[in-house]
Write a protein that binds this ligand. Structure first.
Ligand SMILES: [Zn+2]
Length: 481
């Protein structure tokens, strides 16, 4: 399986540290607001990656943090604490906010068929681990105290920037933009590991530490939570591309400084979901959530399908027009699957051939848009329905588009409608209705056997009783003459 590795800027064969096992880390949500569908695009694509690892037989352990403390509006020690901002806005305590939005996040994930990681760890549960690692970094000379805070010293590293083709200066400007310089820092990219003196004084959650009462920086969370559960050699780290710098860059800096060797081999970054006016954010335009899409009549599976149609390393443009197109395609696909008949033997050879198209697509840097094409290949294939249904169920272990479930709901709905359409017209007694149904069935058989005389006889007999038969492509119904 080939995956693009942001750290090396190339597609590489994926080879885990331990054969057959994958350790996977995902940056979790900051739980002070609803996730927008742009955030959720990353989680959807990471979910596909995890499920594909499992599909090809890896034993996966996936860990995700919940940022419920210490994430500032900006990366530097400026701006308001996001958690506190949420709490003030909604007149709740910080922990109430964290609980509410954590639940909301997992509820969105459930709607989108995103599996919950094996380990979900809130930052507030790991304060001792953060302190231990920060103490280690100070001991090793990678961190220093200044103005009451503990900072990571980026000048101690041979190479700080990992993920870019840009000049260091350009990136540094990006961080500084609109942000007051923190005069405690020795180097412009140094970042806070532990705060005791923040520029906003009313941080709600604080803990004792060797450096005074305070709270951890954001970056240290992910390093510690990953190492706590997955050890000091991580196979793959995932996140949205906006986390590559400075968040993931800082994670690498502090993790490798602490453990003294390479930490993570593969970096998987999902590109942005943009709107026509640019990057999707909480501050501009309509705030797009799963619930909002539902209120507008979209099924969350239609959004997941929309994401599948595009490669994770391409920016995806969201518009209702684009989502409508995905909705139409998804429902057409479901309608065609709903016509497939259950039962019968799976053709093993056809199954293997069509499955190979799917795995070829996925092995090629998780090409979900080609994997979607493989779904249509199954529909067009000259093989029986049992084989097709088995393939849809198989691919859906990874794509999680609920193809079989939605198709079966649609089939029941259509059967229900057909039944209603065939119900006895008003004024027809149940006995007469039963007789008419039986005769309609007999007439159908007679026609099939080319016994047109009997078919006409039945029509005439019913006509004399005041019943008119109506033949259509859907079958035969009747009314009172
Ligand atoms: Zn993270």
């Amino acid at each position: 399986m080939k995956l693009y590795n942001t750290a090396t800027r190339q597609r590489e064969e994926f080879i885990p540290n331990e054969p057959g096992k994958v350790s996977m880390y995902t940056c979790g949500p900051t739980v002070y607001h609803f996730a927008h569908i742009g955030n959720l695009r990353s989680y959807i694509m990471e979910d596909v990656l995890e499920k594909y690892f499992r599909y090809v037989g890896y034993d996966v352990t996936r860990v995700m943090n919940i940022t419920d403390v210490g994430h500032l509006s900006s990366d530097a020690d400026e701006g308001e604490d996001k958690m506190l901002k949420g709490a003030k806005r909604e007149n709740k305590s910080v922990m109430e906010i964290a609980k509410f939005y954590t639940d909301a996040f997992f509820s969105d994930c459930a709607k989108l068929n995103i599996k919950t990681p094996d380990v979900v760890e809130p930052a507030t549960g790991c304060i001792d681990e953060f302190i231990k690692v920060i103490e280690g970094l100070i001991e090793k000379g990678y961190a220093y105290l200044a103005g009451g805070n503990v900072y990571f010293d980026t000048s101690k590293l041979e190479k700080y920037y990992i993920f870019n083709d840009f000049k260091e200066e350009d990136l540094a400007v990006g961080v500084r933009e609109g942000v007051e310089e923190d005069s405690n820092k020795k180097n412009k990219n140094d970042f806070v590991l532990w705060f005791t003196k923040s520029k906003f004084e009313d941080q709600a959650l604080k803990w004792e530490s060797p450096w005074g009462v305070g709270y951890p920086g954001w970056h240290i969370e992910c390093s510690c939570i990953s190492m706590k559960h997955l050890g000091d050699k991580l196979d793959i780290h995932c996140g949205g591309i906006d986390n590559a710098f400075p968040h993931h860059t800082n994670e690498i800096a502090q993790s490798e400084a602490y453990i003294g060797h390479k930490w993570c081999n593969y970096w998987f970054h999902v590109l942005h979901l943009n709107t026509n006016s640019g990057k999707m954010s909480k501050s501009t335009g309509e705030f797009l959530t799963v619930s909002l899409l539902e209120s507008k009549g979209y099924d969350p599976m239609e959004y997941r399908f929309f994401c599948m149609q595009s490669h994770y390393r391409k920016n995806l443009v969201f518009s209702y027009e684009n989502l409508d197109n995905a909705k139409i395609s998804y429902n057409k696909l479901i309608a065609r699957i709903a016509t497939l008949k259950e039962g019968g033997e799976v053709d093993a050879e056809a199954f293997a051939t069509l499955k190979a198209r799917f795995t070829d697509a996925m092995d090629n840097d998780l090409n979900t848009s080609l994997a979607v094409t493989a779904l249509y290949d199954v529909l067009k294939a000259k093989t029986n329905d049992a084989t097709k249904l088995a393939l849809f169920a198989d691919f859906d272990r990874v794509l999680s588009l609920d193809l079989i479930g939605h198709a079966s709901v649609l089939r029941s709905k259509l059967e229900e409608e057909a039944k209603k359409a065939n119900a006895a017209p008003e004024g027809v007694s149940p006995e007469l209705a039963a007789e008419v149904e039986a005769l309609i069935e007999e007439r159908k058989e007679a026609k099939k056997a080319k016994n047109y005389a009997r078919a006409d006889e039945i029509r005439k007999y019913l006509s004399d009783k005041g019943i008119t038969l109506i033949d259509s492509s859907a079958g035969t119904t009747y009314k009172l003459s």
